[in-house]
Write a protein that binds this ligand. Structure first.
Ligand code: PRP
Length: 207
């Protein structure tokens, strides 16, 4: 039987997922000693692939990985064709609209400029409010944009709130909660249903 291939988002979600696999009794020593390797065995039946969040979705959508672990933030931004199976409960944070402390963001009638790494999420949020905004895509440290005067506000991930606080920014409004999700390729879900369902059962018992 071919191993189930699971794409993990490198970094914190990878660590939390490996901790979950260990709790489930899988040998994750290869992942701990990975060096620069990107494909690693977990126990006898699973192979994990370490990728960037958006690429986890690409690999799962295209069926080269059966399953993936990725944040709801990336899922909301990418809108892919795959099944979202389990809320893993870790990687918890929130999407928020934020800007300079004390700014009256909703005051006045001018068109606001919003900086974000998540243009789809930001667009959808303001469409629901019937607000026309200009969106500027930023690749990281989005908090800089309002500080430098590029935007009136940001739509970004807030976890502890420290980055906002230490830069004189504050949350104007929370958009939605985020956490890590287990996703599955649609064909794998049919062809390997029993294995995947057994794994989901094991995961749910160990969350
Ligand atoms: C994320 C996010 C915030 C920060 C929030 O950035 O974009 O900047 O973490 O965390 P906090 O509320 O606990 O301070 P990340 O560290 O992923 O890097 P980036 O700025 O390069 O996107």
């Amino acid at each position: 039987m071919e191993k189930l291939r699971i794409a993990l988002t490198k970094g914190r979600l990878e660590k939390d997922t490996v901790a979950l696999f260990e709790k489930m009794g899988y040998d994750c020593s290869a992942v701990h000693d990975k060096g620069r390797r990107l494909i690693l065995p977990v126990g006898d039946d699973i192979e994990v692939v370490l990728a960037k969040a958006a690429d986890v979705i690409t690999y799962v959508e295209n069926g080269v990985c059966d399953l993936g672990v990725v944040g709801k933030d990336t899922i909301m931004e990418m809108n892919g064709k795959f099944f979202e199976l389990v809320d893993l409960g870790f990687g918890k944070c929130r999407f928020a609209l934020a800007g300079k402390k004390g700014d009256d963001f909703y005051g006045g009638t001018h068109v606001r400029t919003i900086a974000t790494k998540y243009p789809v999420v930001a667009r959808t949020f303001f469409e629901k409010k019937n607000m026309d905004v200009d969106i500027v895509k930023i690749e990281g440290s989005v908090e800089l944009a309002p500080l430098l005067g590029l935007s009136h506000a940001i739509v970004d991930i807030v976890e502890t709130g420290t980055t906002l606080k230490e830069n004189g920014l504050e949350v104007f409004e929370y958009v939605c909660p985020i956490s890590a999700r287990l996703i599955a390729n649609m064909v794998s879900m049919k062809l390997r249903q029993k294995e995947i369902e057994a794994l989901i059962g094991e995961i749910e018992r160990n969350l």
